[in-house]
Design a protein around this ligand. Structure first.
Ligand SMILES: CSC[C@H]1O[C@H](OP(=O)(O)O)[C@H](O)[C@@H]1O
Length: 369
């Protein structure tokens, strides 16, 4: 997508040196657009853990480039396995991280050490290009959902509620749920987005609101707890979210608070759709609630908040009572029964094993494991 008319992706290889990796530092948004130059796999690991880069598809792509950076210095079998394991341990919930590293290992293990670094950049680049086309296609397959709602309310905006950030900065480009919104907006369909602030890291109020504002998409930031009220009063036509892992029975792991939105949507007959690329599918897992590892992040993310003073200084302040403890599960699991459907690069399907295998028949063997 673009920033002030300049086209960007959220990760790329530096064109000047041909090997270092560039990312947007998402912890600086929406206040400043800061581009970081990563030269070592440890910097990549830090960028993922600290959420300088975040978003399920993006952390997979960035980790793939992190492996390429490591192999420039040491392309031995031991280094390949060690660095892949280290990067794979940075965050546990988004399956895209494992998917990307597994794809890199499969491509690189057969390659002679002398040729591995070049092959790694090619494989990481292929992952990035795959994500761009995949996310563009997700937007196309989700568009009919918005068109159908618009047809029922001519001249009025389609009100979409979204949670967290699923935009172009959560992927290599286009986004997932936001790819649908961008394509609807660009097709001239009047849309309005209720943007969940998405405590505690505020991916909604800081990142989604920033993205939508730059693209000219009408939107309103709301407290996470306001969504149910808006649904009760007919202010939400559809809920569109992303995901970090979808199981073979259609359970959906996503940013904390998604499950509560799904419950409110179910109770108010509001369609609840989940957008995902193939790299977010985990057909080896059936029961998401019991099998998906949920990342527990630092309590300080809940006890504090970060913002900008009138002076322009960005500061972090404590909002919780002194001495109080905090708990910070970063994701939750929405059972398939609460999901209206899944939007993928291959089309839309039910949140079920049959629905997923209808779009991805080649995964049947995996589902049988
Ligand atoms: C394009 S899916 C992005 C997905 O990842 C986010 O998590 P995080 O910001 O912690 O990386 C969130 O769950 C989004 O739905």
């Amino acid at each position: 997508m673009n920033i002030d008319g300049v086209a960007y992706r959220s990760v790329w290889v530096d064109q000047d040196d041909g090997w270092s990796v560039r990312i947007l530092d998402q912890t600086r948004l929406p206040w400043t657009v800061e581009i970081l130059r990563l030269t070592h796999e440890d910097e990549v690991a830090h960028a993922i853990r600290s959420m300088q880069v975040r978003g399920a598809p993006l952390i997979g792509a960035v980790a793939a480039y992190g492996l390429a950076l490591a192999l420039r210095r040491d392309a031995s079998d031991a280094a390949l396995e060690r660095v892949a394991a280290m990067l794979g341990d940075t965050r546990p919930t988004a399956v895209n991280l494992r998917w990307a590293l597994d794809r890199m290992l499969k491509a690189l293990r057969p390659v002679a050490a002398a040729a591995r670094a070049e092959a790694a950049y090619e494989a990481a680049g292929a992952i990035a290009e795959d994500d761009v086309e995949t996310c563009r296609s997700i937007g196309q397959h989700g568009l009919p959902l918005i068109q159908a709602i618009a047809a029922r309310k001519p001249g009025k905006p389609v009100n979409i509620l979204t949670h967290c950030n699923t935009g172009w900065i959560a992927t290599v480009d286009y986004g997932t749920a936001l790819s649908v919104i961008y394509q609807a907006h660009d097709a001239g369909i009047p849309v309005h987005v209720w943007v969940d602030e998405t405590r505690p890291r505020n991916q909604g109020s800081a990142l989604t609101a920033w993205e939508l504002g730059r693209h000219g998409v009408p939107h309103t930031v709301i407290a996470d707890n306001a969504g149910g009220h808006l649904m009760q009063h007919g202010e939400v036509d559809i809920v569109l979210v992303g995901t970090d892992r979808v199981t073979r029975q259609g359970d959906v792991a996503n940013k904390i608070g998604t499950y509560l939105k799904a419950l409110a949507a179910w109770d108010n007959d509001v369609p609840f759709w989940v957008a995902l690329p193939h790299s977010t599918l985990d057909m080896r897992v059936r029961d998401g609630l019991r099998e998906i590892p949920i990342e527990e992040r630092a309590a300080d993310e809940v006890l504090n908040t970060t913002g900008r003073l009138p002076s322009g200084e960005v500061v972090t302040v404590r909002t919780a009572a002194p001495g109080s403890a905090g708990a910070n599960p970063a994701f939750d699991v929405t059972p398939a029964r609460l999901v209206s459907g899944l939007i993928t690069e291959r089309g839309r399907c039910d949140a079920s094993e049959a629905g997923l295998l209808g779009l991805y028949p080649e995964f049947a063997a995996l589902a049988a494991e």
